[in-house]
Design a protein around this ligand. Sequence first.
Ligand SMILES: Cc1cc2nc3c(=O)[nH]c(=O)nc-3n(C[C@H](O)[C@H](O)[C@H](O)COP(=O)(O)OP(=O)(O)OC[C@H]3O[C@@H](n4cnc5c(N)ncnc54)[C@H](O)[C@@H]3O)c2cc1C
Length: 273
Amino acid sequence: MRPWVTTVAGDADLPEAVELVVIGGGIIGCSAALWAAEQGLRVALLEKGRIAGEQSGRNWGWVRRMGRAAAEYPLGIASLTLWAGLNARIGRDTGFRRCGIVYGAGSAREEAWLDGVEAEARRFGLGVTRLDRAGLADHFPGARLAATTALMTADDGRAEPALAAPALAEGARDAGAAVLTNCAVRGLETEAGRVSAVVTERGVIRCGAAILAAGAWSRLFCGNLGIDLPQVRVRSSVLRTAPVAGGPALALGTGRFGIRPRADGGYTVARRG
Ligand SMILES: Cc1cc2nc3c(=O)[nH]c(=O)nc-3n(C[C@H](O)[C@H](O)[C@H](O)COP(=O)(O)OP(=O)(O)OC[C@H]3O[C@@H](n4cnc5c(N)ncnc54)[C@H](O)[C@@H]3O)c2cc1C
């Protein structure tokens, strides 16, 4: 089912030497490669399959500040600012939109949690609006929701997983990075205790540093180097609908599910938590 992840064609040739290798072409690796290339570093972004072929191409795509651990709020706030300028910065569409996000609560326990979220959001200066049943009905007409109260951040948003990491990878390439796909990194070489090269399935690239952004594979990669990286794998299912006429414009998380509108007019629906 559409939307398919935008294909990023890999470069034909492996560079001999760069200053920085980024391992993994998900949203983290593509962002790191973009940032480093923009700083003027010679960068190679190496992806074992296709760009955004794993979780970065199939997530909910919420760009959210609300409902975070306190330590994450400053990061979430800075991140939203970066997202808002990203399309102009790279001259490509990440799908970022300020669609607004709503959290609903339908039980006393959920309401207590929502009260805590509201207090924390206000403490960090977020513009939040409390909705009652009537407010929820206004924003989600016709929906039969168990939620009796909700919290809305009108300026939180979403990006399109099918577009975002590919756009960042192309942006990194525009800034001078080499982008290699179908190019798994097998290991690292070191000299005097520092990374000196990465060994890929297509040959060796000498480098001064490497960033590991291999997502769920990072623990395995580190394990091969004798480094213990505590990481939990969580499997989750997400479904996509075809375009739906007249559906809500806001993203919603309530009870056990979450929905959010996509740019193609369809919805991404998933279990929460
Ligand atoms: C169901 C679901 C919903 C989510 N919803 C949201 C959300 O709404 N908002 C949000 O911000 N986050 C959300 N997330 C989290 C978000 O998707 C992840 O945090 C993010 O995609 C992680 O990006 P990444 O680049 O670290 O990893 P990945 O996207 O997994 O990328 C890692 C890449 O590294 C490559 N790789 C691995 N090993 C090697 C190797 N040896 N050599 C070369 N390449 C290698 C892989 O092929 C992969 O492409 C969600 C996640 C899931 C699963």
